[in-house]
Design a protein around this ligand. Sequence first.
Ligand SMILES: Nc1ncnc2c1ncn2[C@@H]1O[C@H](COP(=O)(O)OP(=O)(O)OP(=O)(O)O)[C@@H](O)[C@H]1O
Length: 748
Amino acid sequence: MEKSYSRIFSTVEFTKLCWCFGRKAKRSPFHSGSMWDNYAVYVEDLVKSYGSKEILKKLCMKVERGIIYGLLGASGCGKTTLLSCIVGRKRFNSGEIWVLGGKPGEPGSGIPGPRVGYMPQDIALVGEFTIKDAVYYFGRIFGLEESYISQRYQTLHTLLELPPDDRFLKNCSGGQQRRVSLAAALVHQPELLIMDEPTVGVDPVLRDRIWEHLVEITRKENTSVIITTHYIEECRQANKIGLMREGRLLAEESPGRLLQIFDTDTLEEVFLILSKRQEEGRLDDISSYPVADDQNNCMVEMMPYTGSTVSVTSTVATMEIGHGSQDILTTKDKRRMPRKRLDGNRVKALMDKNWKQFYRNVTGIIFLLTFPIIQISVFVKAVGDDVKSIPLAIVNDETMATSCPNFDFKGTAVPYDDGCHFSNISCRFLTYLDHPMIHKVKYDDVESGKQGVMRGHVAGVLYMSNNFTAYAEKRVDKGKDIEEEDLELSEIKVWMDMSNRQIGQAIKYKLIDLYRHFQEDIFSDCKFLPGFAKYPVNVDFYYGHEDDTFTIYMLPGSLITIMFFMGAMMTSQTIITDRHDGVWDRSTVAGVTSLEITLTHFLLQAAVTLVQVSLVIITAFAVFQMEYNGQMWLIFLIVFMQGICGMSYGFWVSVIASDHSMANTILTGIFLPMMLLCGLMWPTEAMPIGLRYFARSLPFTISIEALRNVSKKGWLITNPGVYNGMCVSLFWTLLFGLVSVYLIKTKR
Ligand SMILES: Nc1ncnc2c1ncn2[C@@H]1O[C@H](COP(=O)(O)OP(=O)(O)OP(=O)(O)O)[C@@H](O)[C@H]1O
């Protein structure tokens, strides 16, 4: 093989055939725009790297108008990267790309936009679309009339043997999805059609039909086609093929001519020869040979397609190409109109897509609507209420009883001239312990009670001494003259298990509180001055109540964090799914702007957030009757703004994360510390001063305070304690949003 190749393939021809091997062009081949107009795609010295890895190495490529160009190469050689750069999906490091006479992205180039039909390697369609939806979606994005889309849909449906109109894409096979994807790229009859492996998984008969169609549109409509495929021999039907390896084009020529030059029967063999040659480093040798136009390496090739009379020979078709391209452009001039940042048709198509994606995902809807209700219900029912039925060991040495059968309050505190006579008041005190928080458990002595604590059977031991009543009476009678030992014996002693601080503290304060009531009642029976038994510190309450549960304190934080998290999760999941499926990229190539994508996602998700906020507020305030004092619309607004802020945060996460698992990690990894710092569970005032300022700068700390100020204090929007919280929400919403848009623009 190599022998016959050497015989026929002279060095000069080889030199002419291969081009672009590192010699820098002295000047651009074209000094006027009209030259580029002859090419559908013109790539010069293109370099694209991912990190330090160079994928495209000064690659040059020329695709004349009205031809089928087959781009061949092994997996990973950079074909998809090259196509992505051509359609403007990816930025490149250096070099030049002209598409249909303009540079992608430049105003008036029409690219991205309807001039190009792009079928990416991945399906890049919405799974919730029906077959018809998918084609119509792109038709509408391209601004086509409904009647025209309908007519095109019928034609493509027949041509590509598409499944029934109403079959959902997610229920189609891979091959069927690929055909729908092809139909979506063809619907608007683009001037340039770029397809990344369109025939994978397609039946050979249908594959043949697709190729026939490609030949037909290049011939009749002067469409230019770039197609990549793994089936090398399939490309015999192309007018020109580019053999790509390791980020470079080894050759670019018509298949017939390649076979002739290399004297082989198959393109596989041509590729093999050229690949070996590249391996041996002999391709670089050709730079020393004379070339047809040494002013520019990209111009060096056997058969330049420069004029209207050049005929391209392929094994399947011989066709005249390059005719009347200028006329075609004139009729399609409106496609070159500078792209509007916001176009009504595209916004409508995107809204329709988002809505279908939303309502056809029943599991998603159930989750989005029930999850906030479940969360707030669980919170109200499970968090912040008083502890109940905590077992407390009672050792009453006075009566050896906890319930004191036949006990009667009467006669336990009887006033007389100089004082008050007590009787059996240990039993009287024990009646005050009949409280939902406490479950009394009788123990015979302190030691066994303490054993009970150590074994976890009880949360503490309460002890009253033998003759507790007598010592208590002495304490009252003698006042400051009481002896220390008597004073000690008049005390109720308690040993608590404080390893569970919440329970330990709750029981401790409850016992003190119950004792206060007990003492007040006894002193009242003794006809002492009212208030004698009270602490001499009289605390009254301006906002809230003494017995407000912790639930009331945590409710604002809970509402806000639930909505922030829901907004963040919903947005990041939706956008990453769209981006991962390639729908975002594909829509962008079709002309959709980032603003339109962002805006339409925002509108739908804001509507969902509105419903979610209504649900959590109804659940908290109407169903669970949580108390509030302020204006309900203001409570609603503050929570809603945090939902929007969460959406913006989710948007930012979706931009910096490459996939769902990374997004979830970032989402929760940042959200959890924010939740700990926001004062939801513990006041920020308990933090070290530096940390407190940091905590207050976070998205929802001050909003939680604002919501508490409205719901508990009834403050109005004019109060800084309210509007500051709203300003912080707004600030973070804008910050996350702007940073995300900036990253989208720079990250490609
Ligand atoms: N986003 C990315 N970050 C880093 N490397 C990437 C990225 N995308 C592609 N690559 C690498 O670039 C190289 C070329 O990938 P590309 O997808 O362009 O190849 P290809 O020729 O289209 O392969 P295939 O035929 O299998 O689709 C591969 O080594 C790939 O791993």
